[in-house]
Write a protein that binds this ligand. Structure first.
Ligand code: GLP
Length: 257
């Protein structure tokens, strides 16, 4: 490394708590949907799961119910899904999205895309290629929402010597299975060993990216992701090459930057 110091910084907004940050993110999504609608265009959203975006989805549902925000012109692509998993399993990301968002809004079900955890093994490659093609045919992702794993992963792009560019099947790290064991009776061995995930390149092709993170546990990976260096062992650090990315953090997640 011949760099003594670096001063690049990702734009960061710090909110007192997750609720405030989520409201901000939901407002941005709503404004984009409405602007696209006014232009007679569809709005292509990349969506994330995990505990962090739950309150953002709750706010979007509230805006739909109380303020008439319509999702009729919205097309969505989720980042990832466990593999294998049944679509309606309690822990599937498919079910998560329906429970927290899709079941409560007026989106056309045909516009919802989530990697399919039920696909037979021999069809995975074709499914991943198809997923990429569908994103392209939809015109690309206008706004990608991200969370971040404790190990710095985005989607399920796990730290390693290299990072996959496109949608792929991935073996989950043991630490990720531990972090995600809550819905699996706190038993990491019950968390599926693999997942399907957009690649880093898929994510970086989105026109705008908003990453939401909260809590002390995320402080270290946020520090590494924003420190001015690209590290494949911190997949979120790749976001630093993107021209339009913003981090929405609470004070704890921002405490080391
Ligand atoms: C999972 C998902 C990620 C998500 C991460 C963080 O691993 N694949 O997309 O960002 O969890 O989840 P949480 O928001 O619960 O901390």
């Amino acid at each position: 490394m011949n760099m003594v110091d670096s001063f690049e910084k990702l734009p960061v907004r710090i909110y007192p708590d997750l609720k405030e940050g989520s409201k901000f993110a939901a407002k941005e999504i709503a404004a984009l949907i409405q602007a696209k609608k006014a232009a007679g265009a569809t709005c292509v959203l990349g969506l994330a799961t995990g505990s962090t975006p739950r309150s953002m989805y709750a706010e979007l549902v509230r805006m739909h119910k109380e303020e008439g925000l319509s999702f009729k012109n919205v097309v969505t692509f989720n980042l990832d899904e466990y593999y294998p998993i049944e679509n309606d399993a309690l822990q599937s990301y498919n079910r998560f999205m329906h429970v927290h968002l899709f079941d409560h809004i007026d989106i056309d079900p045909a516009n919802i895309h989530i990697p399919n955890g039920e696909i037979p093994k021999e069809r995975i490659k074709a499914h991943c290629l198809e997923y990429e093609k569908m994103i392209e045919e939809a015109g690309g992702i206008d706004l990608q929402i991200l969370g971040i794993g404790n190990n710095g992963h985005i989607g399920f792009n796990e730290p390693g010597d290299d990072l996959p560019v496109r949608t792929h099947r991935v073996r989950l790290m043991e630490s990720t299975r531990r972090d995600n064991a809550m819905l699996f009776d706190n038993d990491p061995s019950r968390v599926p060993a693999e997942a399907l995930s957009m690649g880093i390149g898929t994510i970086l092709r989105a026109r705008r990216i908003v990453l939401v993170a909260t809590g002390e546990k995320k402080a270290e990976c946020i520090r590494q992701a924003t420190g001015g260096r690209l590290m494949t062992r911190v997949p979120a650090s790749m976001l630093q090459v993107h021209a339009d990315v913003e981090l929405i953090l609470d004070r704890e997640a921002a405490s080391l930057i």
